[in-house]
Ligand binder design. Structure first.
Ligand code: SF4
Length: 359
């Protein structure tokens, strides 16, 4: 395993800090205000034939609204699938920008809105297309596999796009075909895949600012306090945290594991937005957020993605009323990005068929 030189990463950190300084978090709403927003948004969605797709990390109010209004809550792969399959004219994507772009690429005839286009992702920021393209050009012998948390331009430069739920399976499949991999952008997920598969993998050097804050030392202390608790962790977390986990998986895999494992106490190393769904599906269990905040943590990112948190009922209503914050992707670029995305979707469908065939 090798990785790119890190001399350019200081500037990425600066860009992320600048975003965080500018990010305006939504104000807390009273219950009457919540009811008022919900009513207005539902009426507008019915009038405009719009559907809301929300990520597990978004505010519980948005997740509830998506479910109450015939929309969908899920991980990024499931959100993209639902957006593509539903018959809405407008999709409102509550999440971060790459999710809106993916929805637009898969559903070019639908209008895709977001509560705010400002919501981005540290992985997307740290993998600009010019540098990434140069890196790919230097390694033409490698198959380029990128995480879904990337811009449309980076996807268009790749051979495969994967989400965390399918990354190991896809890379294993490529390794069996004798291919060497160039992976971007999340170094922790990349190194986890490398450890799981043993594949020859060249890694881009970027990280999720939320998952990188989980600390193994703190987790050991927490485990000492809750010795019977299970630990569930997202693979964007550092290796030392993953080594302690009973289950490593995507958000959907974490939610399934939480219902399946026998332990009644569960320590969770991912964004705390997921607790809404965990408590809904496993109400008898106690969920504890894994420790964050090492010496250099800002705690704007501690188990709470600042960009996911920018999505609110208020900004959603405004976007829907004005049909503003529209996600646009150049048609030629979208056609190129569609190829690696479609490869992933086809692969996922084939896997599903195999699972059904064995049942
Ligand atoms: S939680 Fe991390 S990977 Fe997910 S959107 Fe936020 S910064 Fe990106």
């Amino acid at each position: 395993m090798a990785s790119i030189p890190t001399d350019t990463l200081a500037s990425d950190t600066e860009i992320v800090k600048n975003y965080l300084d500018r990010a305006e978090l939504p104000r807390a709403l009273g219950s009457d205000e919540v009811a008022g927003y919900r009513e207005q948004i539902k009426a507008l969605m019915a009038q405009k034939n719009a559907k809301l797709v929300a990520h597990y990390y978004t505010d519980a109010l948005l997740q509830e609204l998506a479910e109450d209004s015939g929309g969908f809550v899920g991980d990024s792969l499931e959100m993209a699938r639902f957006g593509h399959d539903c018959d809405a004219d407008i999709l409102v994507v509550a999440g971060v920008r790459f999710m809106g772009e993916t929805a637009k690429i898969l559903s070019p005839d639908k209008k895709v809105l977001m509560p705010t286009l400002e919501a981005t992702c540290s992985l997307d920021i740290a993998c600009p297309i010019d540098r990434f393209s140069e890196f790919c050009d230097q390694h033409p012998e490698r198959t380029v596999v990128v995480y879904a948390n990337t811009s449309a331009a980076v996807k268009a430069r790749s051979d495969w796009v994967v989400t965390s739920s399918i990354a190991v399976d896809v890379v294993e499949h490529l390794m069996d075909a004798g291919e060497k991999i160039l992976w971007a952008p999340d170094k922790h997920l990349g190194s986890y895949i490398q450890r799981k598969t043993g594949v020859d993998m060249l890694l881009w050097d970027a990280a999720c600012i939320v998952h990188e804050e989980f600390k193994a030392r703190g987790l050991q202390d927490m485990k000492a306090l809750h010795p019977n608790a299970a630990i569930l962790a997202h693979p964007e977390s550092p290796a030392a945290v993953l080594e302690m986990a009973d289950v490593v998986g995507s958000t959907t895999q974490i939610i399934k594991a939480a219902q399946r494992v026998p332990q009644s106490e569960i320590i969770v190393a991912t964004d705390q937005g997921i607790f809404h769904k965990l408590q809904q599906l496993a109400p008898d269990k106690t969920f504890i957020i894994a420790p964050t905040a090492g010496n250099d943590a800002t705690c704007r990112s501690c188990a709470n993605c600042p960009w996911m948190a920018m999505n609110s009922l208020e900004s959603m209503l405004l976007s829907l009323q004005q049909e503003s914050e529209e996600v646009l992707v150049d048609a030629e670029l979208a056609a190129k990005a569609m190829l690696p995305l479609q490869r992933m979707l086809n692969f996922a469908s084939a896997q599903q068929l195999q699972v059904k065939g064995k049942a």
